[in-house]
Design a protein. Sequence first.
Length: 394
Amino acid sequence: MVYFDHAATTPMLPEAVAAMTRELGHVGNASSLHASGRRARRVVEESREAVASAFGARPSEVVFTASGTEADNLAVKGLFWSRRAADPRRRRVVVSAIEHHALLEPVLWLAAHEDAEVVELGVDSLGRVDPAELEAVLDEDPQGVALVSVMWANNEIGTVQPVSALAAITSAHDIPFHTDAVQAAGQLPIDFAGVGATALTLSGHKFGGPPAVGVLLLSREASPVPVLHGGGQEREVRSGTLDVPGVAAMAAAAAAVAADLPERQRHLAQVRDDVVARVPEVAPDAVLNGDPLLEPEHRLPANAHYSFPGCEGDDLLMLLDAQGIECSTGSACSAGVAQPSHVLLALGADTDVARSSLRFSVGLTSTKSDVDALVEALPAALLRAREARGRARS
């Protein structure tokens, strides 16, 4: 098996496995007052400190959740409700057109159920938001905007957004700025304080931690309305018994990534660049989507996203899978849904192109031999996928 789907989930790091295994042998609810509870609480707080250190935040700004999706929902819904309660005019939610569905769906839910007005920021042909467009949108009606949310880096095409510039614009208007940094973590340096965001989403399984553990980095000045109500854990904005083994494992992964991020970036970029160099050798009409400048300030170092004219992406994916090559048509959260990529459509691609794409995302376990296997398998898969497309249209 050759695994080119690290953007969907990447293997747990040995440090994370060790931390989780150690904690699975202990009992204790971190909210309990007895010795076992106090021990669990100590693990949680030490993990909170490690996560804060890795991502440029204060420990008090780390809110543990059960996933990146939950963190996005808490940020978007919670900040919207809080801001609207303070001023009923604040109904506008400004987002980019290429957000992950974990962000878009709660925004659309607010529009359908809470009378929110959604304002989509367009992107250029590389998938980048223009700060000037955000400035213009906010200047139209600054008192009517509840919040702005633009992802740090796109999960499909890997384009990195100018989040510091966007956060500065929202700050000048005294409007909260949230960024979904799920894909950026583990590939780019994340500095919550430095970027100036109000809230930032992370997900452990994207950078070597376990699945089902996420984080919302939340400024102390922000007071979102809770989405979950219960025992009042996590600053009373996210109730629920904490997963101590999962939290400890995610913190161990965060610390490990922070300790060797430059080397990690170098390895990811080296394998990704090999993919980018060699796929056109066997698929000369393949189109690299996203920013062709492969430096980390422009594109995630692990991302190579191609359109293959004349193919259905789903067909090509399954044909490669039959040869032991695992990749993705885009977000794993929407896999199996027969519709074109909303990200590519936002870039200006037509429907056929938006349905013909595959994402090859590499990780620490990826090697040159993996790229060799992909290049060997791709020609036959392309031939059969194009034949299948032709039969379907005849």
